[in-house]
Design a protein around this ligand. Structure first.
Ligand code: NAD
Ligand code: UFG
Length: 336
């Protein structure tokens, strides 16, 4: 059985689908601070399998002891954390507590119970402004905000932990920009309030929930002046976790992997792709750059391809189609 912390969230819920379909049993731990239980009902209806849930906080040591003491857990995928860059600047301690302390408490309790296989959600944000493109795992790291630093700290902690005891097997997965939804349209990204990420913003404009997109800068040294990112379909990402888990069985140590497609798209290319697939206009307004944004980010994911036998297969059209399908069927996101 795999313990999935933050399993009710966007990437976690899609990963539960991939795990269940690959024959794993899952147990979700989530405090629903940024998700709803409905996402797990959708996982169950898509897979036809129940999704056992423990509602609680990953920092709650007593609760974790109870979870590891009463379930036959073989490994952990650790998604639980806070992820809003802007909020992390305003509330750094909240971010370090949840993301860093949460990871430490989880790992201590895992060690107590002799469970030493772990997959951790890291982020391409740890590369800051990349020195070159495409970005390889051995490029210098350096985050520019508390959220990014919390991810970097956890990566460093896990590397030290793995070095201290060869029984640990840890995959540190650096996601590029997850987008898209399950092909059924029953599951997708359901941000609270005004989306801060591009794709949910575009789809809420297309469905009529918001008037227009604000494009943050058109004076970057890119194909059309707007920011370029490596968007990756959330189901490709989910399958990457399944591969990482299988691979870890025969490994020791901590290992970093980029999970991206290797291809970058600009903001305006994303807008056009979405308009084409949805048949809806996505009006936009150009505004100044957003603080902390970089011009261009895309991955070299050849290490994951070589070692994990994993490659993203869903292209930009599929990413837009599945997002639109989810948005159309669930214009207000998941019900309470
Ligand atoms: P999400 O907010 O949808 O999912 C996170 C889940 O963790 C939520 O269900 C939330 O309720 C839960 N959670 C948060 N704090 C918790 C706590 N203290 N105890 C228990 N549960 C808690 O976010 P997501 O997009 O699915 O991201 C999952 C992970 O991937 C996060 O660690 C995030 O930092 C990382 N990541 C996300 C992106 C992205 O763009 N979405 C990119 C890179 C890395
Ligand atoms: N953008 C807009 N308008 C918006 C939102 C975004 O023009 O309303 C632009 C941004 O300037 C950027 C691109 O769209 O050029 C993508 O922005 P996102 O906010 O969707 O994604 P980021 O690349 O800024 O960051 C995301 C997550 C981070 C994560 C990182 C990994 O927010 O948490 O991807 O690469 F670390």
């Amino acid at each position: 059985m795999i313990l999935v912390t933050g399993g009710a969230g966007y990437i976690g819920s899609h990963t539960c689908v991939a795990l269940l379909q690959a024959g794993y049993e899952v147990l979700v731990l989530d405090n629903f601070c940024n998700s709803k239980a409905e996402s797990l009902h959708r996982v169950a209806s898509i897979t036809g399998k129940a999704v056992p849930l423990v509602q609680g906080d990953v920092r709650d040591r007593d609760l974790l002891r109870e979870v590891f003491g009463t379930h036959a857990i073989d490994g952990v995928i650790h998604f639980a954390g806070l992820k809003a860059v802007g909020e992390s600047v305003e509330k750094p301690l909240t971010y370090y507590d949840t993301n860093v302390s949460g990871s430490v408490v989880l790992t201590e309790v895992m060690a107590e119970f002799g469970i030493q296989m772990l997959v951790f959600s890291s982020s391409a944000t740890v590369y800051g402004d990349p020195v070159n493109l495409p970005i390889r795992e051995d490029f210098p790291v350096g985050a520019t905000n508390p959220y990014g630093r919390s991810k970097l700290m956890v990566e460093q902690i896990y590397t030290d932990v793995a070095n201290s005891d060869k029984a640990w097997r840890i995959a540190l997965l650096r996601y590029f920009n997850p987008v898209g939804a399950h092909v059924s349209g029953a599951m997708g990204e359901d941000p609270n309030g005004i989306p801060s990420n591009l794709m949910p913003y575009i789809s809420q404009v297309a469905v009529g929930r918001r008037e227009q997109l604000t494009v943050f800068g058109n004076d970057y040294p890119t194909v059309d002046g707007t920011g370029v990112r490596d968007y990756i379909h959330v189901m490709d990402l989910a399958e990457g976790h399944v591969r990482a888990l299988a691979w870890l069985k025969n490994q020791t140590g901590a290992h970093v992997f980029n999970l991206g497609t290797g291809r970058g798209y600009s903001v305006l290319e994303m807008v056009r792709a979405f308009e084409l697939v949805s048949g809806r206009p996505v009006p936009y307004l150009i505004s100044p750059r957003r603080a902390g944004d970089v011009a261009e980010v895309y991955a070299d994911s050849s290490k994951a391809e070589r070692e994990l036998d994993w490659k993203a297969t869903r292209d930009i059209e599929v990413m837009c189609r599945d997002t639109w399908n989810w948005q159309k069927q669930n214009p207000q996101g998941y019900p309470d």
